[in-house]
Design a protein around this ligand. Structure first.
Ligand code: PMP
Length: 385
């Protein structure tokens, strides 16, 4: 990849130069007073970005899968019941993780591209009475988003802890953790949070921590165990030193700068900007005749888009898009892997990035022999901008 290529995959994303500069500062010791102050402020800002003023934030070195592991291993004990709403590859991964810790999981799925109906989830929650209701806000394998607010309300009604994988949503789509009654929300640094890969970011509600404290068996994963991390996060929140595992100091610098930028933009404005960029991109792909995996606009994410290839075109077109300086991702969902591609539009995404990406897609389709009105995609997106 050339340094000038535009990285438009659904994570990692293009990073803001200021965030990258923050990351390159000389590494302080993790007990240095200036680092303690910076980490403490970062944790305060995490609560603001997750909209969880009473929550406890965790910033731990690892990828998003570690955040999934932390949520599952701390909340369930052997034989606990879990209901998982799965809308793709990452929902299915969460099922595997819950099962690894001994949970009995009921997985609710709809057809690829759709979300299971509310009344069906309501009925299953009444039947199963699970300890945990889990869902993926945006499944990055399909670009399908679920109505977290409505499902969390059902989880609450049936007294389940609500867990949301927000890896492809937090910082880009609306997720009001506390107001919506979400007990654990998590993400990874490399998506809409806008920090290079390497941090698992999670916020736990008081209810989640209460449930954790009532556990009868120890958490099976030593590294994920909140018993190890809770005193550390509480210490940094109080601007005190504590040690369990060395924090990823330079990634925390980057996170501090990125959260500062996110809060300076404002959560509402940021969510609205992501929606605008998404609407413009989707208008473009629609105008050139590409259907999306998400079956309806109300189940389509605004952080990414997953378009099907048109008839007669296959994944080779991805290479042609790349030759034009734009990097998009191939399919991931096993049922449709060869039939679609994925484009991320989150973080510092700008109108110019959307236009350049659509233009590269159009050029690649033209070079692949697809018959369409060249320029229609860019024009439709400009009109929607
Ligand atoms: N959940 C979702 C929705 C994701 O998109 C991803 C990563 N693409 C993960 C979990 C896992 O994150 P990671 O690859 O950082 O382990």
């Amino acid at each position: 990849m050339s340094e000038r290529d535009l990285l438009m995959i659904p994570g990692p994303i293009n990073f803001d130069p200021g965030v990258l500069r923050a990351m390159s500062a000389p590494t302080a010791g993790h007990t240095a007073p200036e680092f303690v102050a910076l980490f403490g402020e970062t944790l305060d800002w995490m609560k603001q970005v997750f909209l969880a003023p009473s929550g406890t934030p965790f910033v731990i070195a690892g990828s998003g899968t570690l955040a999934m592991d932390i949520a599952a291993s701390n909340l369930v004990q052997a034989s606990d019941r879990v209901v998982q709403i799965s809308t793709g590859y990452f929902g299915d991964r969460m099922v595997n993780i819950f099962e690894r810790y001994g949970a009995k999981v009921t997985t609710l799925r709809a057809d690829v591209g759709d979300v299971v109906a509310l009344d069906l989830v309501d009925a299953e929650l009444a039947r199963v009475k699970p300890k945990v209701l889990a869902m993926t806000h945006v499944d990055t394998s399909t670009g399908v988003c679920v109505d977290v607010h409505a499902f969390a309300e059902l989880g609450r009604k049936h007294n389940a802890l609500v867990v949301v994988d927000g890896v492809c949503s937090v910082g880009g789509m609306e997720l009001q953790q506390e107001a919506w009654g979400v007990d654990v929300a998590f993400t990874a640094s490399q998506k809409a949070i806008g920090v290079p890969p390497g941090l698992a970011l999670l916020v736990a509600s008081p209810r989640a921590l209460e449930s954790f404290k009532k556990r009868e068996s120890p958490v099976a994963s030593y590294y994920s165990d909140w018993a190890n991390w809770l005193p550390i996060m509480e210490a940094y929140l109080a601007r005190k030193v504590a040690y369990f595992g060395t924090p990823a100091v330079n990634l925390v610098y980057a996170l501090h700068e990125s959260l500062r930028q996110i809060l300076a933009e404002g959560m509402d404005k940021r969510v609205a900007r992501h929606k605008k960029m998404s609407d413009a991109f989707k208008a473009g792909v629609n105008a050139i005749g590409l259907k999306q995996v998400a079956v309806r606009p109300d189940v389509a994410a605004t952080t990414m888009t997953a378009p099907y290839f048109p008839d007669g075109i296959d994944a080779k077109v991805i290479g042609k898009i790349r030759e034009r300086g734009v990097v998009v991702a191939g399919g991931l969902h096993s049922a449709i892997r060869e039939r679609y591609f994925r484009v991320g539009h989150m973080g510092v995404i700008s109108p110019a990035d959307i236009s350049a990406t659509l233009s590269a897609i159009e050029g690649a389709l033209l070079a692949s022999g697809y018959k369409f009105d060249v320029g229609a995609g860019v024009a439709a997106s400009e009109k929607a901008m």
